[in-house]
Write a protein that binds this ligand. Sequence first.
Ligand SMILES: Nc1ncnc2c1ncn2[C@@H]1O[C@H](COP(=O)(O)OP(=O)(O)OP(=O)(O)O)[C@@H](O)[C@H]1O
Length: 239
Amino acid sequence: MLAVQNITRTFNEGKVGFKNLTFSIQKGEIIGVLGTSGCGKSTLLRVLSGLDQQFEGQYSLGDKSVGMMFQEPRLMPWLSVINNITFGAETEKQKLLANELIELVGLSGFERNFPKDLSGGMAQRTAIARSLITEPDVLLLDEPFSALDAFTKMQLQDLLLSIWEERKTTMVLVTHDIDEALYLCDRIIILRGQPGEIYAEIRIDKAKPRSRGDIQLAEKKAEILHLLDLNKERGNLHG
Ligand SMILES: Nc1ncnc2c1ncn2[C@@H]1O[C@H](COP(=O)(O)OP(=O)(O)OP(=O)(O)O)[C@@H](O)[C@H]1O
């Protein structure tokens, strides 16, 4: 679905966003990208989305289309929920799809609401529907739930999972939340450093949906914390 080969993003002043990233993504996979602040996660998504073309190396998406979702919903305040979703969608098919998406994201009855009358969770549900209106082959998600309270976050993680179960959309999920990555992802790419480089790749061989309290996931979490140098106890134990 997506093959990334040795890409590096250097900014004008010689500052490097990330360095020598190589990885590939299979159709239908959910890939997590985890890493501490400033290691280039958002820059990577901007490159993969085509918004930023000033990079070295290459990646191939073929003729696949890409959708993107951000931490904040970025809705247009003067448009209703349904019009935010269909904005720019001209075909009858897309208008029908918008109604399906409203139902899929649990916003039936709120189609005519304006963004100012939505909770943070509802606004992000609208943003999810909008990102799916073009039926993208790959969905790029840049910390989509990190501004939400813990309960809404879990509900929207479950929503994302139900979308994946129904559509098998390939996803790249940038997150700071290790539990979120463990709950949703098939593989997790760990970036470290500034500029960020791939430090490890963790496969989560557990069928979805998963239990949030799963013991194997807890073990993976300890491993990831260790890889990120955030689990001192384990670090000491293992030298
Ligand atoms: N337009 C730019 N010009 C110069 N430097 C930039 C630009 N965009 C990003 N950077 C730098 O590239 C590095 C990576 O930034 P990026 O926002 O991709 O990190 P991140 O991992 O997404 O961080 P966070 O988790 O805090 O969102 C940072 O050092 C940042 O300052």
